[in-house]
Design a protein around this ligand. Structure first.
Ligand SMILES: C[S@@+](CC[C@H](N)C(=O)[O-])C[C@H]1O[C@@H](n2cnc3c(N)ncnc32)[C@H](O)[C@@H]1O
Length: 321
């Protein structure tokens, strides 16, 4: 246990994370209140609770959560909501397999609220925040692979720099990458504050916190393979939805939103051959349509009540017949 990390306690999951854009998600996703819905990122269950309230007694929901500690926190909600919900500890990328196991082929709606919950950020004690000294882990699924502290000792400096550039668009990534790699080589990269100190060798003054946020984001994305997980899910998405079924995806940074946007651009047209080909050779058929040209963003009232919602972007899409 780190010097200041608190062990996760049991409390009402709703008090541990404020869900974003709830009315927009419910209005956009629920087209048949009698049907089955998926919450691919349960977190503390705020969206699940709202979705279930919009369904009829015949409607049901399956929720997925990868993080064991978050899953344990949301367990009381499963008991409270009763037999209309099933909670699965696993990745939304594995949805086709999990649904087969539940004898379900297609669903009416799927929600993804990407990233991490306030619970994981502030109370997991696994190094997601640069504001407290905690073991440098950053895995959502702490039963797999190795924590960030170990991975940093194995990655060459070039790889560390590339992660910072690609997933954090970190300024002065080369210098910061060198400082992190140098410290990791000496075995002094065990906690979040070790990482903070390494970054602080290069990023100073008012820039420091912004840089730290980007560095932490970059390593979190890498260690949890977040972008590839989203791409894997999108590859399965059209086949998982009934005709007219919908997906709602909330992203919190441009890398995720770009992946969803590109997916929609590709899946909403019948041919994806290079423009110079005179006739279509790909045979691609449009499978999805975006319901909004631009992503929806939180209203001013929500931004005031929940400043963490400020970077949320919601895209709603529908399965074509
Ligand atoms: C922003 S939170 C969701 C908050 C939730 N909508 C609520 O109302 O409380 C994202 C959650 O997704 C989980 N998560 C991240 N990657 C996942 C994955 N591949 N599969 C399932 N859950 C994942 C995180 O552990 C986190 O709890």
């Amino acid at each position: 246990m780190s010097r200041s990390a608190k062990p996760p306690g049991r409390s009402d999951p709703a008090s541990l994370h404020m869900p974003v854009m709830v009315p927009q998600v419910v209005a956009g996703l629920v087209t048949n209140p009698d049907a089955l819905y998926i919450d691919g990122t349960l977190g503390m269950g705020g969206h699940t609770r709202a979705l279930l309230a919009a369904l009829s007694p015949k409607g049901s929901l399956v929720g997925f959560e990868l993080d064991t500690a978050a899953f344990a926190q949301v367990e009381p909600l499963r008991r409270e909501l009763g037999s209309r919900v099933t909670f699965v500890r696993g990745s939304y990328a594995g949805l086709p397999r999990y649904l087969r196991e539940l004898h379900v082929s297609q669903v009416q709606g799927i929600l993804l609220d990407l990233g991490l919950s306030s619970f994981t950020l502030e109370q997991s004690g696994r190094g997601f925040t640069f504001r407290r000294d905690e073991p440098l882990d950053m895995r959502f699924d702490a039963s797999r692979d190795a924590p960030l502290s170990e991975r940093l000792t194995l990655w060459p400096q070039e790889k560390i720099t590339e992660i910072l550039q690609l997933y954090g668009e970190v300024r002065r990534a080369r210098g910061i990458g060198a400082a992190i790699a140098g410290r990791a080589r000496t075995g002094a990269m065990r906690t979040t504050f070790d990482l903070v100190e390494a970054v602080g060798e290069i990023a100073k003054g008012p820039e420091k916190n912004k840089t730290l946020a980007r560095v932490f984001q970059a390593f979190r994305i890498e260690i949890n393979d977040e972008l590839r997980t989203l791409e894997t899910f999108l590859g399965h998405l059209p086949a998982l939805l009934v005709a007219g079924g919908r997906a709602a995806i909330i992203s919190f940074h441009s890398l995720e939103d770009r992946i969803v946007k590109r997916f929609l651009a590709r899946e909403s047209v019948d041919c994806i051959c290079p423009p110079k080909l005179p006739i279509c050779e790909c045979g691609h058929v449009a499978s999805m349509v975006a319901l909004n040209r631009r992503p929806l963003t939180p209203e001013a009232e929500e931004l005031a009540a929940n400043p963490r919602s400020r970077s949320a972007k919601l895209r709603i899409m529908e399965r074509l017949p």
